[in-house]
Write a protein that binds this ligand. Structure first.
Ligand SMILES: Nc1ncnc2c1ncn2[C@@H]1O[C@H](COP(=O)(O)OP(=O)(O)O)[C@@H](O)[C@H]1O
Ligand SMILES: [Mg+2]
Length: 395
């Protein structure tokens, strides 16, 4: 007989977590459960890397399923590490004061812990940041982080107080693009202090997480880690924060968009059709959640050989992102050519607008930064900052 998901859940109630003194279902540590006939797969979420514990719990899970459900079940158990849940679970193990808030839209199936969100009322995120601008793209590799880094430095050069938050857990760029290799400081109340470099206050998931480790994280773990990360940084007062979003338009991006009160979003695209299709999804995502799209930036728009500066080769097609902006009736913020110095400066830790401010490449970014600033000011005059929107996400 085909196995049912509920049978698996009931079986796993028999497996206790030795550190938290409760079973894996109550602790909500079983994620992504898939059952097909006799095939059972799920992620066992642990709060730290501990091979012995992982092995023992996997064995116990397999034993419980075979004993209580079906002795011929075929199990495929992945172990994931979600450090962000450690404190919450420790709190629940200690019969905490039940500090859960009604605002918790968590989707934990059951359990007195009401797990799913941190055990305190969510603090107002980024309360001392006046404007938050998300830099997004449908696709990876289109130069989103390069644009975010140069935008941030360029805005700081105008005298604004600027922060840059790199939320791309699978491919953080800030450490490389800003040449930051040290770990951020921690305050006595355990908040992260951004690193100040090239005039910008920086925080990156890359400061905390080894990207190789992050590869095994599943979506739900990433979203909860990012949420916590956003709430636990001691930002100074900032005029503008640039948020470098992970590529794509899925749950992770949606979570961020709903966690932070965004002033607006900027979409980066290259001119070719495959990238434009994804940029379109990006625009649609922000419109769906009522975040104004401040405009589209066309990166890698053309190539001019150094010995023929007047000549432009449109390697990926001509004006693709500009046409998309026209079609969608969102502002076009400008184009950035493909240039070796942009890549080189990004790789060596100093964004081109700082490394070579007189260059043509820097001029392209500076011009765009000016337009972004204008768009922000216009928007602020016209309407109140976008309110936080509640979307219940099913990871
Ligand atoms: N206009 C450009 N000219 C040359 N290289 C670029 C340009 N924009 C981005 N790159 C390079 O392309 C690669 C991907 O850029 P990145 O900003 O990391 O993309 P994303 O954040 O969208 O994944 C990097 O090596 C970067 O230096
Ligand atoms: Mg990136």
């Amino acid at each position: 007989m085909a196995i049912q998901k509920e049978q698996i859940r009931s079986a796993l109630v028999h497996v206790m977590h030795p550190d938290f003194g409760k079973d894996l279902i109550t602790l909500d540590l079983i994620q992504d459960l898939i059952v097909q006939d006799k095939y059972v797969s799920f992620t066992l979420e642990l709060t730290e890397k501990n091979d012995a514990l992982a092995h023992s719990l996997k064995e116990q899970c397999a034993g419980a399923v075979r004993r209580f459900v079906d002795k011929d079940a075929v199990l495929d158990i992945t172990v994931g590490i979600n450090i962000s849940r450690k404190r919450e679970l420790e709190g629940s193990a200690g019969a905490g004061p039940g500090a859960q808030t009604a605002a918790n839209h968590g989707n934990s199936p059951q359990g007195p812990t009401g797990s799913g969100a941190a055990g305190t009322a969510p603090p107002r995120v980024l309360a001392n940041v006046r404007n938050v601008i998300a830099v997004a793209s449908g696709k990876g590799g289109v130069g989103k982080s390069t644009v975010a880094a140069n935008l941030a430095v360029s805005l700081a050069q105008t005298g604004l107080r600027v922060g840059l938050m790199d939320t791309d857990i699978y491919g953080p760029s800030v450490p490389t693009m800003f040449g930051v290799h040290e770990r951020p400081g921690i305050t006595t109340d355990k908040k992260l202090v951004p690193i100040h470099k090239h005039g910008v206050h920086l925080v990156s998931m890359g400061f905390l997480v080894d990207p190789d480790q992050a590869m095994i994280w599943r979506g739900p773990m990433v979203t909860s880690a990012i949420k916590q990360f956003m709430q636990e940084v001691r930002w100074p007062d900032l005029d503008i924060m640039i948020l470098d979003l992970p590529p794509g338009t899925g749950d992770i991006q949606l979570t961020i968009v709903q966690t932070v009160p965004l002033t607006g979003a900027v979409i980066v695209s290259t001119p070719q059709t495959v990238a434009l299709d994804d940029a379109l999804k990006g625009v649609a995502m922000f419109e769906k959640v009522n975040v104004p799209v401040l405009g589209i930036i066309e990166n890698m728009a053309y190539f001019s050989p150094p010995d023929m500066p007047g000549k432009k080769y449109y390697l990926f097609g001509k004006h693709g992102a500009r046409k998309l902006a026209d079609r969608l009736e969102v502002p076009f913020l400008g184009e950035i050519p493909i240039r070796e110095d942009i890549r080189e400066r990004a790789d060596t830790g100093t964004p081109i607008v700082l490394a070579d401010p007189q260059s043509e490449s820097a001029a392209a970014f500076t011009e765009i930064a000016g337009r972004v600033l204008n768009a922000v000011e216009t928007k602020n005059r016209e309407q109140e900052s976008t309110q936080k929107i509640d979307i219940t996400i099913r990871p």
